[in-house]
Design a protein around this ligand. Sequence first.
Ligand code: C2O
Ligand code: CU
Ligand code: CU
Length: 609
Amino acid sequence: MGAAAIHFSVAPEHLQVYLPFGILFILVGGVQAALAVATVVRPGRKVYVAAVLLAVGCLAVWAVSRTAGLPIGPAPGRPEAMEVPDLVTAVFEVLSIVFYGVLLARGRRPGRSGRRWLAGSIPMALVVTAVTSAGVSAGMNPLPYAINMSSSATGPGVTPLAMLTQPSGQEPVRSYTLTARVVRLHGAEAWTYNGTVPGPELRAMVGDRLRVTLVNDLPASTSIHWHGLRLPNADDGVAGLTQQAVPPGGTYTYEFVVRDPGTYWYHSHQDTENQVPRGLYGALVVEPAGAPVYDRDYTVIVGDSNTEADAPRLSAEPGELVRLRIISAIAEDMNGTPELLALLGAPYRVVALDGHDLNEPQELGPELLPVGTGQRYDLAFRMPVAGQVSLRDLRPQSGGRLPQRLWATLGEGGAPELPAGALPRFDRSSPLQYAGSSLPTFDLTTYGTPAPDPVADRAAFDVSRDLRISNQLGFRYGSQIPKVWEFIHMFNGRSFPDTEPIIVREGQYVRLQLVNATDEYHPIHLHGHYFSVLSKNGRRISGSPVHLDSVLIGPHETWDVAFLADNPGLWMLHCHVLIHAAYGLSTMVSYQGISTPYTIGTRDGNFPE
Ligand code: C2O
Ligand code: CU
Ligand code: CU
């Protein structure tokens, strides 16, 4: 009966993908259910033999489909992945062969006394029911097969996404080649660009044409996304949306003009949840035009694949003006709790967030800088006459990573001391909040000096949408066996790809209210645009205008943000805690009338998250 239930649960998906298999699953499920009933009401040799034969047949077909691949179907000769539903069913079938075998060997003689039978069968029934429901719910949440995200597929006024590329021009060209390949680093296997984690730092001057060729020497397909950049949609690097994932052995060239100076990064956007933590990311710095203002300009990527034991020692002379660009690529924290970084040894200013300058930032002493994954903080300071400056991570220990890690030291001499009582701890009453540090926490909603912001200052918006973030325990994608119990994450009660896209037209001003109904942090990231922050928990921001592509929404916070829709295309809007995105916290900002030929799902092997 358990195997029958699972066969029924996977039938709808198969009916859609390949009709004969869908019908077969319904037939097999029906016969299995009938045999289970017959075993109780009309037990007998014929029933037992039929049940054994059916189970053996199912197991044989299953074994072929998972090894050599079936000769017929949507992908003849290609083995299918093992998933929760089929594994559970196979176990049931093996058990039923044993069970009916015993019945056959015993003949028709009744079994042991009724009581003992009952005592044994109740826990058995509970286990079977629990395992069946696991298999059924995983069976009802399969990986998508082939979902097309066009905002309009055909008709007049439809722009194919492939046309949204960089027009040719005379800009100076910066060319890079990034070869994605597996190497051993510090005794562990890493997926790298050009053999290092992070990958090479790419630099360009604002207005340059960046040309990057991706060479895929990985055993899996991949892509590169340019996080935070406003670029033509066709070069956004999202598998199944703006391109077909680049297969092993393939190459792909991205080309676009960098419009905005600032600190950005690049990373894979195919199977992101797995590929980024393995090391497929690197920094991208767009330098402003004009003579350099800073004597030193350094980038530090805070990431968990960075297995180097020692923090980089960066050189800087006393009196030099230093810009330190910090990128958080942390992927391992399941709750999205931000890094708590502290710059010690010199007063500093936060001069930019997510690459965008802040207006007249004040000088700060040691503070906790909460940097959510995907976000960037640019700090500027003058090297002191004596002693080092260091960037430390004061986050309480979680996820098994070293707490209080040193991320960078600059200069020579004595290391700066950590102020007394600086180390925060997790607050017991609300387990994901920090408490107890003697240091203030940096608050981007009150920092810097007010200035006009053409988006934030608008009295009215053309499109207003609320996005409520919630989660619930459940199953998603039967294939992810070790993570079956992760929370499913949802925007407005639906998880990707069933989330409702935000449809916009070019030139519209769009306001989003992001409501976090969970106990976790969610850095919500929009591709191809940046937000102006309007308010946090209903209070308008009172400092500098703040422009972010990744807004960190703390537990039970509400943030209002807005953007100008000035870059036509199909753009992802998702949480940058990659496991949250993979478990549904993803949606789209889709301009009307854009079509894409690509699909997300198993048919073409595109999995953007
Ligand atoms: Cu940094 Cu959709 O990604
Ligand atoms: Cu992005
Ligand atoms: Cu999240």
